[in-house]
Design a protein around this ligand. Structure first.
Ligand SMILES: Nc1ncnc2c1ncn2[C@@H]1O[C@H](COP(=O)(O)OP(=O)(O)OP(=O)(O)O)[C@@H](O)[C@H]1O
Ligand SMILES: [Mg+2]
Length: 155
């Protein structure tokens, strides 16, 4: 039998996976991260949906902008430490020329096809997002989230 957790502290845990930048893998990535995040039991259903939405937007960006004319690898690492969920999504694709501009509402390099809302959605869904990118080398996005209602612990 597994030892019982007495104080509801979530055990430290890590998940690593990688997949090809195919649109069909966006839903796979979103569901996989959310399935792992359930270990933080204090997240509400609404918060799990926010996590799914943020991962969808981030992976869509890797597919559409990171590897616009090719198929490349996307790496996702997920860390659980106490009640903090950290998601790192990386591609080795085109990179972002101007990160500040890319984060602006309605800025897109694909006008007509995209609306430029992705990073805004990610910011709204998560507590913190950080973008690191080098043109021609790739993009690393780190997103963090904690349950808002810390008192909603299981009894
Ligand atoms: N992984 C990435 N690699 C290269 N460029 C990226 C990446 N992610 C974002 N970008 C750049 O940042 C811009 C803004 O991204 P954002 O997700 O906010 O909007 P969008 O993808 O253009 O539109 P939407 O998300 O609304 O469909 C993109 O248009 C693109 O130029
Ligand atoms: Mg986008």
């Amino acid at each position: 039998m597994l030892p019982m957790c007495q104080n509801y502290m979530t055990q430290k845990n890590e998940l690593y996976f990688q997949f090809l930048s195919l649109p069909v893998n966006i839903a796979f990535a979103r569901s996989t991260v959310a399935a792992f995040a359930v270990q933080i039991e204090e997240f509400t259903e609404a918060e799990y949906n926010e996590i799914r939405k943020a991962v969808s937007e981030a992976v869509s960006n890797c597919v559409q902008h990171g590897y616009p004319n090719s198929t490349g690898m996307i790496n996702i690492s997920v860390f659980i430490e106490n009640d903090l969920l950290t998601i790192v999504i990386e591609d080795q694709g085109a990179g972002i020329e101007n990160i500040e501009l890319a984060k602006r509402t309605e800025f897109t390099t694909r006008p007509g096809e995209n609306l430029g809302w992705g990073f805004n959605f990610m910011e709204a869904c998560m507590d913190e997002i950080e973008i690191e990118s080098v043109v021609g080398k790739g993009t690393k996005l780190t997103m963090k989230k904690r349950p808002q209602n810390k008192d909603a612990r299981p009894t």
